[in-house]
Design a binder for this molecule. Structure first.
Ligand SMILES: CC(C)(COP(=O)(O)OP(=O)(O)OC[C@H]1O[C@@H](n2cnc3c(N)ncnc32)[C@H](O)[C@@H]1OP(=O)(O)O)[C@@H](O)C(=O)NCCC(=O)NCCS
Length: 254
């Protein structure tokens, strides 16, 4: 750990950080994750250029001072309410793993913010290295959510989408976006991750064949819908679906 420095992400780190994030998650998971889409570098660059635009988001890198400042790790933390911090991402280059760099990210973030009284994170249950890291640091699981997918139904009708041009611009620049789908009585928030995955934010939207069919007119390449739900809600889904991953929310009291 002697030659490792943890510092804020800068513009010049972005290509290495984009590659690192991409390489850190398996091929089966990448289509479902916003941070593994092609435009993550552009997305993070907005935060680097305008740090005041999202003051609760902290983007950090670990660089190896013995190797021309090579980026060997990336971590993103957020403040999600008063004194609660949240670790959104941590990834270390394969060749630098097992040297205590992930542990150092967590410890230095907490050390720099004595006002925090809790740190939370989400971890896939089958991610043994990460689960081991968090348990060793004293994190304990508090609840479980499931990442659930289904096939999109055939296209019928055409959804009315508020701010469609903005959504399309974000999709093209970042590789993901959010939008609002309107009907006579309600507005439903929907996301797109890449060209093939539609992200629902409720079981109701995920189960709504009419809603999903009407979105296919706009996004014919979208094949799969995804929702992230507390495990106890899965039994209530009537459409044919499958659990992709189980993820634990963990917390550490400080
Ligand atoms: C999980 C990950 C971040 C760990 O980073 P790291 O820098 O290698 O971890 P550290 O060296 O700080 O290890 C700290 C502890 O984590 C655990 N750990 C790390 N790698 C492990 C492995 N391959 N198997 C089992 N436990 C492991 C150990 O408990 C270790 O403590 P020890 O050194 O006393 O044995 C890294 O493997 C990684 O980038 N994985 C891909 C991305 C990812 O899954 N990120 C987490 C979810 S966002």
């Amino acid at each position: 750990m002697k030659s490792i420095l943890i510092r804020a992400l800068t513009k010049t780190d972005l290509p290495a950080v984009s590659d690192l994030i991409h390489a850190s998650f398996g091929a089966a998971l990448r289509p479902f994750m916003t941070y593994t889409q092609h435009g993550i570098g552009a997305f993070l660059s907005v935060h680097v250029q305008y740090p005041g635009s999202d003051p609760g988001r902290y983007l950090l890198v670990a660089v190896d001072e013995a190797k021309q400042q090579d980026v060997v790790g990336f971590a993103e933390f957020r403040i999600i309410g008063g004194n609660v911090g949240f670790l959104s991402y941590v990834c270390i280059t394969e060749s630098a793993r097992g040297r205590g760099i992930a542990r150092a990210f967590l410890e230095s973030f907490v050390e720099d913010r004595p006002e925090l009284d809790q740190l939370q994170l989400d971890v896939f249950q089958d991610n043994a290295p990460a689960v081991s890291l968090y348990r060793k640091l004293g994190f304990t699981p508090t609840s479980t959510v499931a990442w659930v997918s289904r096939s999109m139904p055939a296209p019928v009708g055409a959804a009315r989408i508020r701010t469609l041009p903005t959504a399309l611009a974000n999709l093209s620049t970042y590789g993901f976006c959010e939008m609002e789908v309107m009907n006579e009585t309600s507005v439903t928030r929907i996301g797109l991750v890449g060209q093939t995955v539609l992200r629902c934010f409720s079981a109701q939207a995920f189960d709504d064949d009419a809603l999903l069919s009407s979105l296919r007119r706009h996004f014919p390449l979208v094949e799969t819908a995804l929702v992230i739900l507390p495990t106890e809600h899965i039994a209530g889904i009537s459409s044919v679906h499958q659990v992709v991953k189980l993820s634990d929310r963990m917390k550490l009291s400080l």
